[in-house]
Design a protein around this ligand. Structure first.
Ligand code: GLU
Length: 449
């Protein structure tokens, strides 16, 4: 590897030895950018990489809230404004017990390049809290969100930083956060958050966008291989918003999602999550707060495998759509042994770096990276911001068409970036290169800082 990249990587490893996810994502991005660094000696001269791995700003805040029995709880709130070179910081909020600086930073770093790939003016940010929403009442969620926004509202705004949802933060939470922001600011600024409800400035198709976008991207990959999606089986993970969107779009196109997973294990439904009843049930399961996928098996009479991951199931396409590091070496080996041709990452960094490198080496296997595949979610958030600032509202068809076009462009741009550096049809390297180049150029033109 290029000596400069190596030295920055060593620096990151030393400085952030207690932040494994962050180190992992930096290593992953840096593994692709050597040809760009070689072609641009001015980047090393300006020490661009050391600047790029340091968030512009990151802060924590106290979030204190009262439970239904009058007991008090204190959580840590985070916001990381990672890189604002190409637009206001943009990225979701994650509420999950394991949220820590490493997770927020890895998500913020990924978001920076992902947002660049959308072609829209959005910088990278991420936030959240170690608050665990599981089993909390609606009133507890409301009080938590109000307290969270009370601490955060001074530091965000439509042209400053625009949070949205991520794991544990959906339409309900965005509503409560927006209500509190409006109350505190005394102005109506819908562009401060995305993923809003339809009655107060939300964009049509935003709930579906990540899953739909992932399937549109998959379609481009299949077209490249002269195949179509119809009749294909897809192994997914999770059962949240993203997996719901994939199941819905796949069913429309004649394919079927055959696995779902949760913290309790995975289900295998050979008929597919294809009927409206099954697809809607995912939303119901998520809303129940039980966080159990076994409920699906009980309701529809399919297999449930306690404590296991679905990666041993033979399917045409693998789409890990649950969370980071869900696919480790042992699962990757099973996927390769099954002769799977399409490994399409969806969740942010769902594959460990060794497993990803292993899968990319499998002859005939095509690997697509999450920062490109799931970019439709934040892409439609960008469209929501445009609609809010222009005070207009596009139809579902208009948004869906723009999403479709965006995903095709991201795929083509990535393929071209890899081809330009003689890397062949390497979508992982291509996405890293295309995203990196855009952010790098913007930083250089602005005097780096
Ligand atoms: N949390 C989502 C992501 O990982 C969406 C972010 C957004 O819409 O701002 O990209």
């Amino acid at each position: 590897m290029n000596a400069y990249i190596n030295s920055v990587l060593e620096n990151v490893k030393k400085k952030h030895s207690d932040e494994p996810e962050f180190v992992q994502t930096v290593e992953e991005v840096f593994s692709s950018i050597e040809p760009v660094i070689d072609a641009h000696p001015e980047y090393e001269k300006a020490d661009l990489l050391n600047r790029m791995v340091e968030p512009e700003r990151m802060f924590t805040f106290r979030v204190c809230w009262q439970d239904d029995n009058g007991g008090w709880h204190t959580n840590i709130g985070y916001r990381c404004q990672f890189n604002g070179a190409i637009g206001p910081y943009k990225g979701g909020l994650r509420f999950q017990a394991n949220v820590c600086p490493s997770i927020i930073k890895f998500l913020g770093f990924e978001q920076t390049f992902k947002n660049a790939l959308t072609g829209l003016p959005m910088g990278g940010g991420k936030g959240g809290s170690d608050f665990d929403p599981a089993g909390k009442s609606d009133a507890e969620i409301l009080r938590f969100c109000q307290s969270y926004m009370t601490a955060l509202y001074r530091y965000i705004g439509p042209d400053i930083d625009v949070p949205a949802g991520d794991m544990g933060v959906g339409g309900r939470e965005i509503g409560y956060l927006f209500g509190q922001y409006r109350r505190l600011k005394g102005t109506y600024e819908p562009g401060v958050l995305t993923g809003k409800g339809q009655t107060y400035g939300g964009s049509l198709i935003r709930p579906e966008a990540t899953g739909f976008g992932a399937v549109y991207y998959l379609n481009e990959v299949l077209a490249h291989e002269k195949e179509t999606i119809s009749g294909k089986t897809i192994a997914c993970a999770g059962f949240g918003n993203v997996t719901w969107g994939i199941a819905k779009k796949a069913a429309q196109l004649g394919a079927k999602v055959v696995t779902l997973s949760g913290p309790d294990g995975y289900i295998y439904d050979p008929d597919g999550v294809v009927t409206p009843e099954k697809i809607d049930y995912l939303v119901e399961m998520r809303a129940s707060g039980r966080n159990r996928v076994q409920d699906y098996a009980d309701k529809f009479g399919v297999e449930f495998h306690a404590g296991e991951k679905p990666w041993g199931v033979k399917a045409d396409i693998i789409m890990p759509s649950a969370m980071q590091n869900d696919v480790k070496m042992e699962s990757a080996e099973k996927i390769a042994a099954n002769g799977v041709k399409y490994y399409i990452e969806v969740a942010n960094m769902p594959t460990t770096n060794d497993a990803l490198a292993f899968l990319m080496k499998q002859p005939g296997m095509i690997v697509a990276p999450s920062k490109a595949v799931n970019a439709g979610g934040v892409g439609v958030s960008g469209l929501e911001m445009s609609q809010n600032s222009e005070r207009l509202r596009w139809t579902s068809e208009e948004v869906d068409e723009q999403l479709h076009r965006m995903m095709k462009t991201i795929h083509d741009m990535s393929a071209e970036a890899a081809a330009e550096y003689g890397l062949g049809y390497n979508l992982v390297a291509g996405a890293n290169i295309a995203g990196f180049k855009k952010v790098a150029e913007a930083m250089m033109e602005q005097g780096v800082f």
